[in-house]
Design a protein around this ligand. Structure first.
Ligand code: CO
Length: 139
C-alpha cells in the first residue's frame, strides 16, 4: 500500500434528491449541461440522472420502489435538497480506518457495501462533517 491510499481523492459526484427527475433534468439541460436519461437502480431504491460537468458530475436522485433509502429525505425536503457528496479513495478500508482514527463515525455497518456504481462505498456521519453526508467510493 502506498502512502496515499488512505487519503481523499477527486470529487466523484454531488448527489441531489429531487421531487421530479424530468423537471430537474430539463433545468440542467437548460443551462447547457449534458444530462443522461434516467437509470433505475432497483437494488439501491433510486432512479438516477447524471449531469456531466467534465471534472465531476451531479447525480439527481429520486426514490424507486418501496423502502427507498431516500424516501424519508424527500418527505422532509419536498422541494429537493443536496443529499451527499462522494469522494474517491484508492483503498476504502484504509480510508475508513483513517477516518475512524480521526474520530469520524461510519453510518450503519462499518464494512463497505457495493454502491450504486458497483464499487465499494461507505458513508461518513454528517454530524462529524458540518451537516454533510460524505460517501467514500473506492475508485
Ligand atoms: Co453517491
Amino acid at each position: 500500500m502506498s502512502e496515499s491510499d488512505d487519503t481523499l481523492g477527486a470529487l466523484n459526484h454531488v448527489a441531489i434528491v429531487v421531487p421530479d427527475l424530468a423537471v430537474a433534468s430539463a433545468k440542467y439541460r437548460g443551462l447547457g449541461a449534458t444530462v443522461s436519461e434516467p437509470v433505475g437502480i432497483p437494488d439501491h431504491g433510486v432512479t438516477t440522472v447524471f449531469v456531466d460537468l467534465g471534472n465531476t458530475k451531479i447525480e439527481l436522485l429520486h426514490p424507486l420502489g418501496e423502502d427507498s433509502p431516500i424516501a424519508n429525505f424527500l418527505a422532509k425536503n419536498p422541494a429537493g435538497a443536496m443529499h451527499h457528496i462522494c469522494i474517491e479513495v484508492a483503498d476504502i478500508l484504509a480510508a475508513r480506518d483513517r477516518a475512524v482514527a480521526g474520530g469520524a463515525r461510519i453510518l450503519g455497518d462499518v464494512e463497505p457495501k457495493i454502491g450504486a456504481h458497483g464499487k465499494p462505498v461507505l458513508f461518513l456521519h454528517p454530524k462529524d462533517f458540518a451537516g454533510t453526508l460524505i460517501e467514500l467510493e473506492q475508485a
